[in-house]
Design a protein around this ligand. Structure first.
Ligand code: FE
Ligand code: FE
Length: 176
């Protein structure tokens, strides 16, 4: 079974259908995120985190366009499906906002944890899609790879922000 897409005609259809289903899922996920990010920005305490969410909204909008390009290359109309995974993660972020006090570092660290869970979902989704796409089209896999790298960079940036905040908070406690 060298190439799973051409081994059997039936298999080829099944895997391409699966690819398109997963594509619709992540297309839905990015749209749900584009809706949630302004609320997360609004809830953030620090300017740095608010800016990170604002930047990621722009990146997310570009990623939505990139996915539309992938649909186009497949001769498909862009079609989204509600992503239940990301919907659950966004619901968790709303819970963090409810359960933490406005204007605190704790709120920001909670928001970062929520955002990183989303980035990890996206990294898993784009990693798998890119892998599947390698047997379909190098142009498509290159587009998915580009987004995968952006999600990884965002994850790193959020880790660094959390480190800074936790350290700053610990120092404040030492002085108190
Ligand atoms: Fe994304
Ligand atoms: Fe992302």
């Amino acid at each position: 079974m060298k190439n799973p897409f051409t081994a059997l005609k039936k298999d080829k259809l099944v895997l391409i259908d699966l690819f398109k289903e997963e594509l619709r899922d992540i297309y839905g996920a990015e749209q749900q995120l584009a809706e949630a990010l302004p609320r997360m920005k609004e809830a953030a305490t620090s300017q740095d985190l608010a800016l990170a969410f604002e930047d990621h909204l722009q990146v997310t909008q570009d990623q939505i366009k990139r996915l539309e390009k992938v649909f186009e290359l497949l001769n498909e109309k862009p079609d989204s499906k509600k992503c239940k995974g990301v919907a659950g993660l966004i619901a968790e972020a709303e819970e963090v906002i409810k359960e933490t006090t406005e204007g605190t570092a704790t709120r920001d660290v909670g928001l970062i944890i929520s955002a990183q869970k989303v980035e990890h979902y996206e990294i898993a989704a784009y990693g798998s899609l890119r892998q599947l796409a390698m047997s379909i089209s190098s142009e498509i896999s290159a587009l998915l790879e580009e987004t995968l790298q952006e999600e990884k960079e965002t994850d790193m940036l959020l880790s660094n922000l959390a480190d800074m905040m936790i350290n700053a908070d610990a120092q404040k406690e030492d002085q108190d």
